[in-house]
Design a protein around this ligand. Sequence first.
Ligand code: CTP
Length: 216
Amino acid sequence: MRFLITAGPTREAIDPVRYLTNRSSGKMGYCLAEAAVHEGHSVLLVSGPTSLDIPHGVDFLPVESAQEMYDAVKNQAPYADAAILSAAVADYRPVFVPNRKIKKTGERMILELERTGDILGSMRTEFGFSGVLIGFAAETHDVEDYARGKLERKRCDMVVANDVSRRDIGFDSSENEVMLVYPDRTELLEKAPKTQIALRIIEHASRLAQEKGASC
Ligand code: CTP
């Protein structure tokens, strides 16, 4: 199977020396890429900037901004059997990006932001993707409900939900505990190293692909 996996944060330029980003380390996405290769699959990893080593055996496509990730996924989606979008994509970017450094003037400054393209939300619509689609949801409360909403709105086969209010898992940690939210049920993957969680997610993705294949 060919997996397309997104990982890491994005960077949205404010001016030539500054940007907006988030705390994603990229670990979960890189573990997923490694796990998929380990299971004998072919992998394209589309990654925002991280400090991680590129996993052996993956095709690697580095990007910076949400728009670059959007374009890369749009171009590559037709070649994938399964897409796992684990990147923490910026939801907003600065409207105007001057090509010279912004100098400080008054005591306050207002930065105007606009929405970035929703990659996960475009997969079934603009990109016409019909393979296995897995999204991620990082929530601080009502985790399962929000994840199920996302699953339905973005027509995913499964959403991997993280509780980011917990400090012992997620973001920069090497462990995670996630809920796998399906249309008809939810499965808990108890706290374990991200490498283990990743293997389980790849197993679920392969099973979903087999089921899809069987129903076609
Ligand atoms: N995602 C994406 N493109 C974006 C933003 C998010 O593909 N521009 C993907 C992430 O990779 C992840 C999922 O969408 O798989 C996370 O969804 P989120 O941004 O939390 O979704 P929303 O429904 O917009 O949630 P919220 O209302 O919490 O912002």
